[in-house]
Design a protein around this ligand. Structure first.
Ligand SMILES: *Cc1c(COP(=O)(O)O)cnc(C)c1O
Length: 378
């Protein structure tokens, strides 16, 4: 099955009970048992719900893994994955991971004894240097947010394997349509499905796919024990969103390339970060491991004042957190998505006050370019 077909025919495309071609929203918490323990596969919706199950089967097929899991948010998914580890275990992570990932590792999971070290994972040597006796996993996000740094998944995974560690990949920015980390050697792939997978700014959700029976069993145990599951209505919205993921990703990319070309020649823009640019330091790796470069671009306008002028004057780029939806969004990472990272650390990473991040939507690209142009010239 080719990619666009799988988005529509993967998972459980028709409801086995009724033949409905859209999996119904099974708004239900419990299920009749004929005898004690004898049921039709569902007993209580924290453990399993048919609508959520259809979504979990779909993401499993899209990522090519053993089992899929749906959570109430990306952070719930990430936290559940980290709960596979024990007090005293150590995880090596990409240094410019999503701000919430940094926060949960350094302010919550650290209290439970899960240790973390953040490294520039685009340089494999720095991953290896951080590995200790108690290290259990390498957690990478690629491309990263907001500097669009790329980690070589195959190389990171083989390095992890050599040391007996799990490889976990946050695939939110690329989506399974462009990039399949499990095929490159990762053990666990996860998503904030709030972004491109949902695609319409109307649902908060997280998805995970694992590549082995053992991980499937372990993560199911955590999911069922801690209970951060996705509800049936939101599961349905995601299934619906995913059907058009291919069309959306192709179009995001077409628009993004034109906007990048525009930004590159603009005198007020000092730096453009986009993995599709040949000048991007990891362009070749990005090209080899993903079939598209995505719709996220960051660029530097020099100062907080310039950034503010741009943000407050765009009409189609909405000033908002989040990304990956049909509508174009604009943000300043330093004061928004990455505000939970301390300032000295942000400066260290290159997340300057003048750095602007855009999530290119599906509006007509001529309107989008005109919009940035007029806001930049204010
Ligand atoms: C948004 C995001 C998350 C967190 O997901 P939520 O759905 O907001 O909890 C994790 N990783 C990345 C890369 C994200 O963009």
């Amino acid at each position: 099955m080719k990619k666009k077909t799988k988005l529509i025919h993967g998972g459980i495309p028709t409801d086995p009970q009724t033949g409905a071609v859209s999996t119904p929203i099974y708004q239900v918490s419990t299920y009749k048992q004929d005898e004690v323990g004898k049921h039709k596969g569902f007993e209580y919706s924290r453990s399993g719900n048919p609508t959520r199950h259809a979504l979990e089967e779909l993401i499993k097929d899209l990522e090519g893994g053993e089992r899929g899991f749906a959570f109430g948010s990306g952070m719930a998914a990430i936290t559940a994955v980290m709960m596979l580890f024990n007090s005293g275990d150590h995880v090596v992570l990409t240094d410019d991971v999503y701000g919430g990932t940094y926060r949960v590792m350094t302010k919550v999971l650290n209290r439970l004894g899960i240790e973390s070290t953040f490294v520039d994972s685009s340089n494999p040597a720095s991953i290896e240097e951080a590995i200790r006796d108690n290290t259990k996993a390498v957690y990478i996000e690629t491309p990263t947010n907001p500097l669009l740094k790329i980690t070589d998944i195959k190389e990171a995974a083989s390095l992890a394997k050599k040391h007996g560690l799990l490889t976990i990949v946050d695939n939110t920015f690329s989506t399974p349509y462009w990039q399949n980390p499990l095929a490159l050697g990762a053990d666990i792939v996860l998503h904030s499905a709030t972004k491109y997978l949902g695609g319409h700014s109307d649902v908060v959700a997280g998805l995970v796919v694992v590549n082995s029976d053992q991980l499937a069993e372990d993560l199911f145990f955590v999911q069922n024990s801690t209970g951060g599951v996705l509800g049936p209505q939101d599961s349905w919205l995601l299934i619906r969103g995913i059907k058009t993921l291919g069309l959306r990703m192709e179009e995001h990319e077409i628009n993004t390339k034109k906007i990048v070309d525009f930004l590159l020649q603009h005198p007020k823009v000092s730096k453009v970060y986009y993995p599709g640019l040949e000048s991007h330091p990891n362009h070749e790796i990005a090209k080899a491991q993903a079939s598209g470069f995505g719709g996220m671009v960051s660029f530097d306008v020099g100062s907080e004042e310039n950034a503010d002028r741009l943000l407050t004057n765009t009409k189609y780029f909405t000033l908002a957190e989040s990304l990956g939806a049909v509508e174009s969004l604009i943000s300043v990472p330093a004061r928004m998505t990455h505000a939970s990272i301390p300032k000295d650390r942000r400066d260290e990473l290159g997340i300057t006050d003048g750095l602007v991040r855009i999530s290119v939507g599906l509006e007509d690209v001529e309107d989008l370019i005109e919009d940035i142009d007029q806001a930049l010239s204010k």
